[in-house]
Design a protein around this ligand. Sequence first.
Ligand SMILES: Nc1ncnc2c1ncn2[C@@H]1O[C@H](COP(=O)(O)OP(=O)(O)OP(=O)(O)O)[C@@H](O)[C@H]1O
Ligand SMILES: [Mg+2]
Length: 292
Amino acid sequence: MSAHLELSQIGKTYSSARGRAVIVQNFNLKVAKGEFVTLIGHSGCGKSTVLSMLSGLQPPSEGAIILAGKEVRGPGPDRGVVFQSPCLLPWLSAFDNVLLGVNQVFPNAPRAERHQVAEYYLSIVGLADSMHRRPAEISAGMRQRVGIARAFAIAPKMLLLDEPFGMLDSLTRMELQQVLVDLWRRDQKTAVMVTHDVDEALFLSDRIVMMTDGPAAEVGDILTVPFPHPRSRQEVLDHPEYSRLRDHLIEFLEVHAHRRKTGPAEAPADTAASVPLACPHPEPTPLPLSTP
Ligand SMILES: Nc1ncnc2c1ncn2[C@@H]1O[C@H](COP(=O)(O)OP(=O)(O)OP(=O)(O)O)[C@@H](O)[C@H]1O
Ligand SMILES: [Mg+2]
């Protein structure tokens, strides 16, 4: 497999007055161009930590992350990030929130083209009729649609999604999973997503990376999902392999939960802290605007 993204021997350690906490260690992963990979694991194992190193919001303590042949050394417009709640500017409409990112990444593109791109992605995520409303005037699910549109509209090399549907009701969640998978297929983006939901992982992923519990979490196992694309939810549920794969994931999580309760694992120094949710602020880059 030719890797579009490669994480080699990644480690992340936090130091505080109470000592050193090794969160992630020896984390190795290769992701092919156009592949959809999910990270799954127990709460606190370090999934968001891995994603925030991929986004460049924090550097690894050890190892290197290479994206399209270049080392990741900070946030950049080559990565579109979607968090659990999108950081939208409340005084701007959905359209202007998406346009803001497009303007930052493609400052030299013609105005009409930038507007077209924002409109295009907002329409695809189902907001054609509400794109001129402000965040407070739309639902949580609609706000997350704006977040997804914004991530795709900057034409990134890859998408990073940290539990993007975690705050939504199950119906909206299923709708947005479909929106995401349709956009992902259309734009052929490489994607790494964190989820707690095994069914979501099986519906969306080409491969599912199971992380061991921390401290010093690493890749425990990788499941290849054989369902052909395009996928319909019903076809996935009816696939003869579905329950075996689902059981495999659940068994992995149960074994690690059990080890966590009984094992010698030492709590990290600062268990109360978590990775801050931050908006991606892409640096302006004079890239040609790639319209779909
Ligand atoms: N800035 C920080 N300083 C110290 N420890 C941190 C910091 N950020 C995260 N941690 C610790 O790293 C560990 C992994 O956190 P992380 O947020 O990556 O877990 P997670 O797998 O995403 O969990 P969840 O599923 O609950 O979102 C946790 O123990 C957390 O307390
Ligand atoms: Mg997390």
